[in-house]
Design a protein around this ligand. Structure first.
Ligand code: NAP
Length: 517
């Protein structure tokens, strides 16, 4: 069995005490163990602040970008090993593993390119001089410079490689050192990725540390120059948000939590757009076994099209091959852990108790093409139908974190927008429409409730990405229950790690300090 280690203060270290075991969810076999008991995690925070931060902040954006390029290259070289490991130990199909690992490599490379364009500067000058007095000699320059602390990144189990890389890319380019803490259940892939990163020798000491397991109450040791970026459940987010020192020291916090994402099919769509809606829906339900924060959970279709959509979706879902992640034809593997499986059953029950009818799949009996149904954490795919979404609560609030979606009718664009908004704030909503008036009203109506609105239509059907795909050039996050946070979005993603300051005074001296003259 593999023993995971943490990379702290420049050394790989093992914790003591009773280790936590990690299991392959396809077979139930233990694959690794880890412990963080007794490790000097507070020492790691200090090491990042005193060694990593000064090293990064004196580097230019271009130099930090080079570092990201080298890390991306190291992961590219380890790609096959990471994919194999992911398939063999974490229940992901090869295609789902690529989504994670290639996402990590691509996002790091994207930020390396972005940073290279920023050149020799090490801080941002935000806009032109502001005239503040009668004489232009006294002026104000806004700048953005990296905080002097450490960025603690706490990640969810579903994207061990991408989740770690996308956060780290922004922090490192901004000039802040990182401590990554993957979810313990899938930390094996993150651990191997970190091994490749450390072996590359690309990083200055203290720039990127790694904790392979629980962090206890490390959050209470964060200070006012530190950043906490969290991805995971709303329940954990609440705990972190209300941590005394996070409140008292105004520790900067970004939360990416869960989201009851919706898709809206407009009344008037061409066949190209309709096929796109079906294709995206099935993909969003089944990719990563529906364990994506951006997966579509609610499907709103015109009331008079409900039967047709149900029948077409059922036909497509019936073609999904469920089984062992390593089998070539498998499209849908197990959920990540037995705890997640139990949780999915519990949440599903809430939807069914409220009146949602199962129209595809059987939660109690999954038909596998390969693998062991009893030993593995297999679940779905399941399609539900609810005919009265206006009078329902759970369907708009409960996230079944698996391959499950609920089909519902609507009448008119206002009602569609109002129903989607019942999700209380989402990461992404998708719209499929070829009717310009409906599209305008829906896009602008959905926007305030989401970080991203994906718009599928005949004109983009053959070139568009999918709603669940998070791209580094577009913001990722959402208001309300989605956490109220924001990541990525090109250079916007760096803002979490930067302090905006206005320097007021003698223009000549300030411009010299900023390298403008
Ligand atoms: P979780 O239980 O909240 O765990 C998330 C992370 O928080 C893990 O690394 C976990 O570590 C850590 N954690 C738990 N308690 C902590 C504490 N008291 N102090 C510090 N860290 C703590 O979430 P999950 O159930 O694994 O993740 C699934 C959820 O994440 C889903 O609801 C999904 O929608 C959401 N999600 C959101 C996004 C997004 O981008 N918005 C992306 C992916 C997932 P341990 O594993 O060691 O307990």
């Amino acid at each position: 069995m593999i023993e995971l280690k943490s990379y702290l203060q420049g050394k790989w270290q093992s914790g003591g005490g009773v280790p936590v075991e990690l299991f392959d969810p396809a077979t139930g076999r233990p694959v690794a163990r880890t412990s963080t008991a007794g490790l000097d995690l507070v020492g790691a925070l200090n090491y990042a602040r005193t060694v990593g931060n000064p090293a990064l902040r004196q580097m230019s954006f271009a130099a930090r970008a080079e570092l990201l390029g080298a890390v991306s290259k190291a992961l590219r070289e380890a790609r096959e090993q990471l994919l194999d490991l992911s398939v063999a130990t974490s229940g992901t199909t090869r295609s789902d593993a690529k989504f994670d690992v290639d996402g990590a490599i691509g996002t790091l490379a994207y930020y390396a390119d972005l940073g290279a364009e920023l050149g020799d500067r090490s801080i941002f000058v935000d806009g032109d001089a502001e005239k503040l007095a009668r004489s232009p000699r006294f002026c104000g320059y806004h700048i953005k410079s990296a905080l002097t602390g450490v960025a603690l990144h706490i990640n969810a189990f579903n994207f061990p490689a991408w989740g770690m890389a996308e956060k780290a890319a922004c922090a490192l380019l901004a000039g802040m050192p990182v401590i990554s803490k993957p979810a313990t259940s899938t930390a094996l892939v993150a651990f191997r990725a970190m091994e490749a990163i450390v072996q590359s020798g690309a990083l200055p000491a203290g720039a990127w540390q790694f904790i392979a397991g629980p962090v206890g109450d490390l959050v209470s040791a964060l200070d006012s120059q530190d950043v906490l970026a969290f991805t995971g459940s709303a329940a954990t987010a609440r705990k972190l948000r209300t941590s005394t020192n996070v409140i008292e020291r105004s520790v900067r916090l970004n939360v990416e939590a869960d989201s009851i994402n919706a898709a809206v099919l407009a009344p008037a769509v061409t066949d190209d757009s309709y096929q796109m809606f079906l294709r995206d829906t099935v993909r969003e339900m089944t990719q990563k076994a529906g364990q994506k924060c951006t997966a579509t959970r609610r499907l709103f279709v015109p009331a008079d099209q409900l039967e047709r959509v149900q029948s077409d979706l059922c036909e497509r879902l019936a073609q999904i091959v469920i089984g062992e992640p390593s089998a070539e034809q498998t499209r849908l593997g197990p959920l990540a852990t037995r705890a997640q499986l139990d949780e999915a059953h519990r949440q599903l029950k809430l939807l069914r108790d409220e009146g949602a009818k199962l129209v595809f799949g059987d939660p109690e009996r999954v038909t596998l093409e390969s693998g062991d149904a009893a030993a593995g954490c297999y679940f779905g795919p399941l399609l539900l139908r609810l005919d009265d979404p206006q009078n329902a609560q759970h369907v708009h609030q409960v996230e079944v974190f698996g391959p499950v979606a609920t089909l519902m009718p609507y009448t008119g664009v206002e009602q569609a927008v109002a129903l989607v908004a019942r999700g209380g704030g989402g990461l992404v909503a998708s719209l499929y429409s070829d009717d310009p008036a409906f599209s305008s009203a829906a896009l602008l109506g959905l926007a305030p409730h989401h970080g991203r609105v994906f718009f599928g239509s005949a004109k983009v059907a053959d070139v568009a990405t999918t709603p669940g795909m998070v791209l580094p050039g577009s913001v990722h996050g959402g208001p309300g229950r989605a956490g109220g946070g924001e990541e990525l979005g090109g250079l916007r993603g760096l803002d979490l790690y930067l302090q905006r300051t206005v320097l007021q005074g003698d223009r000549a001296v300030i411009e010299r300090a900023l390298g403008l003259r």
